[in-house]
Design a protein around this ligand. Structure first.
Ligand code: UT7
Length: 332
């Protein structure tokens, strides 16, 4: 019997309207457009403004658009997984809120936290439910409101992050395409270099934690940079090699958008020219779990059935991975 794989049959993104430019950041911290652009590749990022606006607001928009675009009824969805490190609330899961608001009343749903690798981890988790035959329609959301955990007095982190969401629909296929192979990794010893110090069960919120500004993302950038360059390139090269793919066989590299210099180094190592690298970091910055689906969404019209894609990510945890996807449809 032919093997059942999970294929992506639709993609939709959502970014909020407000544009936070490098120029505006110059008014908040001691930085400048030239430094930010040359060190990161970022010009601007989107910010979700307004009271009581959580990550789900963006996830809901992405999923609603995805359902409409793929002609899918909300009640036919079996499962929604939301990758995020900025859930609306510690509980219930943001995925549950999204499922409720889009009318996916027959689905079960849960969140998955793997920081910048969240979308890849969730994509592979969702694919297992399809491959096993348990489910037919699974939605994977990558969504983060990073502005809710960014310290806008810390110039080393506030320039990097933005808000956004992306969602894909996974369905089964017996054609030899879809999610083909993956290497996923994590290493908890990376915690000191990228984490949030308080707000969890180890250090619940107190006046002290707020005064010490411990409810924001903390990063030792240069250390994370080194790990990201090495590890993202290693797993990408490994997944290509074990699937017999050379640089020329890969139509697109879809990298996590943390820093243009990390992306360039990864592409270089894989023998992939810049014309085959999806990139929107300039306009959105690092949207954590949303970077990869936002890239796929913006490049969707250029993707053809049978294209070989390598999705690659590195993030807090540390977590990292690479997934080989054979794209399953032509532009509609
Ligand atoms: O997505 C999750 C994973 N995260 C990542 O992959 C991020 C990885 N790290 C990075 O992308 C980079 O390390 C950063 C963009 C965060 C920083 O770039 P860098 O080239 O590693 O700079 P650095 O931290 O080594 O700092 C170099 C200099 C320092 O000044 P001194 O000590 O040399 O005088 C910083 O204080 O740049 C200074 N600096 C800034 N200057 C102007 C740091 N931030 C800024 C700023 N504007 N915003």
């Amino acid at each position: 019997m032919d093997k059942t794989r999970a294929m992506i049959t639709g993609i939709q993104g959502y970014v909020p309207d407000y544009v936070l430019t490098n120029k505006e950041l110059e008014t908040l911290v001691e930085t400048n457009d030239e430094w930010i652009l040359s060190r990161t590749g970022i010009r601007e990022r989107r910010i979700l403004k307004g009271e009581d606006q959580g990550t789900s607001v963006m996830g809901i928009e992405a999923v609603k658009g995805l359902l409409e675009k793929t002609n899918t009824k909300a009640e036919d969805i079996d499962l929604i997984i939301c990758a995020t490190v900025t859930p609306d609330l510690p509980f219930p899961a943001t995925a549950n809120i999204i499922a409720d608001k889009v009318g996916a009343k027959n689905s079960f749903s849960f969140d998955l936290a793997a920081a910048c690798s969240g979308f890849l981890f969730a994509l592979n988790t969702g694919a297992q439910y399809i491959e096993s035959g348990m489910h037919k329609k699974v939605i994977i959301v990558g969504a983060d409101k990073m502005s809710s955990i960014v310290d806008y007095t810390d110039r080393t982190t506030c320039i990097l992050f933005g808000d956004g969401a992306g969602a894909v629909l996974l369905e089964p296929t017996t054609e030899d395409m879809g999610i083909m192979d993956s290497i996923l990794k994590s290493d908890g010893s990376g915690e000191p270099f990228l984490h949030m110090k308080a707000g969890g069960s180890r250090r619940p919120a107190t006046h002290d934690t707020v005064e010490k500004r411990e409810h924001f993302a903390y990063q030792e950038g240069a250390t994370v940079f080194k790990f990201a360059v090495t590890n993202m390139a290693d797993v990408s090269a490994e997944v290509m090699e074990r699937n017999g793919l050379k640089g020329d066989d890969v139509a697109w590299l879809v990298p996590h958008q943390a820093n243009k210099r990390i992306i360039d180094a990864t592409a270089n190592r894989m023998g992939i020219g810049p014309e085959k690298v999806m990139m929107n970091i300039e306009r959105y910055g690092n949207t954590t779990a949303a970077t990869i689906p936002l890239c796929l969404w913006e490049y969707e019209k250029q993707l053809k059935k049978g294209d070989n894609l390598i999705l690659a990510a590195f993030g807090g945890g540390f977590t990292w991975g690479a997934t080989y996807v054979k794209w399953a449809y032509n532009p509609k």
